[in-house]
Design a protein. Structure first.
Length: 48
């Protein structure tokens, strides 16, 4: 399964290499449906 959209916690193209392991998935969309939403973000209701 490939994601349509994966929103990450930081820009992996510009952060220093040593910061990459701290990158988290914030939101993942597959077939137009949200299949993962960071629990902290879900509490805000921002993406509903």
């Amino acid at each position: 399964m490939a994601a349509d959209l994966a929103l990450l916690s930081q820009d992996i193209l510009t952060v220093p290499a040593q910061a990459l392991p701290a990158t988290r998935s914030v939101l993942t969309v597959v077939d137009g449906e949200i299949v993962f939403e960071d629990p902290e973000l879900a509490a805000t209701g921002q993406f509903k």
